[in-house]
Design a protein around this ligand. Structure first.
Ligand SMILES: *[C@@H]1O[C@H](CO)[C@@H](O)[C@H](O)[C@H]1NC(C)=O
Ligand SMILES: *[C@@H]1O[C@H](CO)[C@@H](O)[C@H](O)[C@H]1NC(C)=O
Ligand SMILES: *[C@@H]1O[C@H](CO)[C@@H](O)[C@H](O)[C@H]1NC(C)=O
Length: 458
C-alpha cells in the first residue's frame, strides 16, 4: 500500500479513538477615583507549544490578548508566554501575521513578548504567577504583582495529558500537583481577590479534578474532562482556510470562548452564561467547571474589561464555513500536518521526499509508543488485565494518582529507557499513574521498560 493510503487508514482509525492597572469601577470606566473596589485586572496568557504544526495555540493566545487589550487592560498587566516562532515561520503563508479563524483579522500585532523561545517554561510560569521576580530566568521580568483586591485571569492552551500540561521543551511538564501547589501559595499570600483559569488541553479536567479546592476563590473551566482529548478546528482544507496554511488555526474550546467574547458585551455576560455557550459549541469534548462556583455570577468584565459603551457588537452567527469546520483531535494534528505536507509537495521533488520521511518518522514514533506501553502493561499485569488496569479511571472527584512523585518518576523512567513520549505519547500518562496506584516498584518498571524497549523494537 502507498504511504498515503496507509496514513489515511491510520489517520481515520486514530480519529475514531508594581504598576497601575485598569482600575475596576462598577460602570466600566478606568477612573481611579470613586471606585467601589480598588482592585486591578491582571492576566497571564500562555501557549505551551512551539512548531508550525501547533500554529493554533499561539493564535489562540494572541486573540485572547486582543480581547483584553480592547477591554482596557494595560500591557503592563498582561503577561504573555509564547514561543513566537509562528509569525515569521517560513511555512507561514502570511508572513508577520497570525489569524485565529478563516479569513480572520491579524491577531499578532501588538502582543507583548514577555516570555518567548526557551523562556516559555514551567519554572518561569510558576514564578510569574507567584510574582517572584527573583526566580525568573530570562523574559521581560513581568510577573503577577498582585494583591488582595486584584482579579486575575489565566488562560493556558497547549497539548496536555492526564495529570500534566506540555511546554515547548519535551522534557518540561506542568504537573497538576505542582500547579495546584502554586495556586495554593498564591492564595495563602493573599495574592488575589479572585481568579479565573481557562484551560485548553487534552484531558485538561485532570489538572483540577479532585485537586482544586472550592475555597480558594478560583473558578476554572477546561476544554475536556479528565479522560478525553480536546480538539483543534479551522484546519486547512476547511472552507476559508487556504491549503497553504497546512495546519489548524484554532482550538475548539478556545475559539468558542474567544469568539463569544468578541460578539458580546462583557459587562452583561456572566461566566455562567459563557460556560453554557462554550459547552454547547465545544461538542466533541465535555467542557468542565471546577473550584468556586459562586464566580459564575460574575461578569466577564470583572476580569477582561470591556470596550467602551459606544461599541456595537455584531452578534456571533456562525457562517456556513465555520459551522462545517472539521475538528481534529489535538493528538492527531501533527499527523495531519505531515500528511498535508506530503500531498502539497510536487511529485518527485526533494521537498516531497523530505515530507515523506517526516511522516514516516511520526508514524514510527507513534507505533513505538503504542507498542512499548502495551508491552510494559502486559509484562506488569498480564495480557488479560493489562488494558483494564492501565486505562482505569477513578470515580470523579478523585485525583488521578495518590503519589505524584511516583507519577513523575515513572514518566521520567520510561522516557529515559524508551525515548520521549512526545505529544502523541502523552496520551499514555494515565497508564503511569495507574502503575503507581497499583504499587508497581521503580525497579520493576525499569526492568520491564528495558525488556519492552530493547533494541529490536526501538
Ligand atoms: C463612571 O464612574 C465614574 C466614577 O464614578 C464617573 O466619573 C463616570 O462619569 C461614570 N461613567 C458613566 C458612563 O457612567
Ligand atoms: C519577524 O520579521 C519582522 C520583519 O523582518 C521583524 O521585524 C520581526 O522582529 C520578526 N519577528 C520575530 C519574532 O522574529
Ligand atoms: C459537532 O458539531 C459539528 C458542527 O455542527 C458537527 O459536524 C459534528 O458532527 C458534531 N460532533 C458531535 C460529536 O456531535
Amino acid at each position: 500500500m502507498s504511504i498515503q493510503g496507509l496514513v489515511v487508514l491510520l489517520f481515520l482509525s486514530v480519529l475514531s479513538v508594581s504598576t497601575i492597572g485598569s482600575t475596576l469601577v462598577e460602570n466600566g470606566s478606568t477612573s481611579t477615583t470613586h471606585h467601589k473596589s480598588k482592585g486591578k485586572r491582571w492576566a497571564l496568557l500562555i501557549a505551551g507549544s512551539n512548531g508550525y504544526d501547533n500554529y493554533r495555540h499561539q493564535a489562540d493566545v494572541c486573540h485572547a490578548y486582543q480581547i483584553l487589550k480592547k477591554g482596557g487592560l494595560k500591557d503592563e498587566n498582561i503577561i504573555v508566554f509564547m514561543y513566537d516562532d509562528i509569525a515569521n515561520n517560513t511555512e507561514n503563508p502570511r508572513p508577520g501575521v497570525i489569524i485565529n479563524k478563516p479569513n480572520g483579522k491579524d491577531v499578532y500585532h501588538g502582543v507583548p513578548k514577555d516570555y518567548t523561545g526557551d523562556d516559555v517554561n514551567s519554572h518561569n510560569f510558576y514564578a510569574a504567577i507567584l510574582g517572584d521576580k527573583t526566580a525568573l530566568k530570562g523574559g521581560s521580568g513581568k510577573v503577577l504583582e498582585t494583591g488582595p483586591n486584584d482579579h486575575i485571569f489565566i488562560y493556558y492552551t497547549d497539548h496536555g495529558a492526564t495529570g500534566l500540561l506540555g511546554m515547548p521543551s519535551e522534557s518540561d511538564f506542568v504537573y497538576a500537583k505542582d500547579l495546584i501547589h502554586v495556586l495554593k501559595k498564591k492564595h495563602a499570600a493573599k495574592g488575589y481577590k479572585s481568579m479565573v483559569f481557562y484551560l485548553e488541553a487534552c484531558e485538561s479536567g485532570s489538572m483540577f479534578e479532585g485537586l482544586l479546592p472550592k475555597n480558594m476563590n478560583i473558578y476554572a473551566t477546561t476544554a475536556s474532562n479528565a479522560e478525553e482529548s480536546s480538539y483543534a478546528t479551522y484546519c486547512d482544507g476547511d472552507p476559508g482556510v487556504p491549503k497553504e496554511f497546512g495546519t489548524c488555526l484554532g482550538d475548539l474550546y478556545s475559539i468558542s470562548w474567544l469568539e463569544d467574547c468578541d460578539a458580546n458585551d462583557l459587562r452583561k455576560e456572566t461566566f455562567g452564561v459563557q460556560y453554557k455557550r462554550v459547552r454547547s459549541r465545544t461538542n466533541e469534548s465535555h467542557v468542565m467547571q471546577y473550584g468556586d462556583m459562586s464566580h459564575i455570577k460574575e461578569f466577564l468584565y470583572t476580569y477582561m474589561g470591556a470596550t467602551p459603551k459606544t461599541h456595537s457588537y455584531a452578534p456571533f452567527t456562525a457562517s456556513p464555513s465555520e459551522s462545517i469546520s472539521r475538528t481534529v483531535s489535538q493528538r492527531d494534528v501533527a499527523l495531519l500536518y505531515f500528511l498535508q505536507k506530503v500531498n502539497r509537495a510536487p511529485t518527485g521533488s526533494h521537498e516531497k521526499i523530505e515530507a515523506q520521511k517526516q511522516l514516516r518518522n511520526e508514524i514510527a514514533r507513534r507505533k513505538h509508543v503504542d507498542y512499548s506501553i502495551t508491552k510494559i502493561g502486559e509484562l506488569l499485569f498480564g495480557t488479560e488485565r493489562s488494558s483494564k488496569v492501565l486505562m482505569n479511571v477513578r470515580p470523579s472527584g478523585q485525583p488521578l494518582v495518590d503519589d505524584w512523585e511516583c507519577f513523575k518518576m515513572f514518566i521520567r523512567t520510561y522516557e529515559s529507557r524508551c525515548g520521549k513520549l512526545s505529544k502523541y505519547g502523552m496520551k499514555y500518562t494515565r497508564a503511569f499513574a495507574n502503575m503507581c496506584n497499583a504499587g508497581v516498584s521503580l525497579e520493576k518498571l525499569v526492568a520491564v521498560s528495558d525488556q519492552a524497549c530493547s533494541k529490536k523494537h526501538v
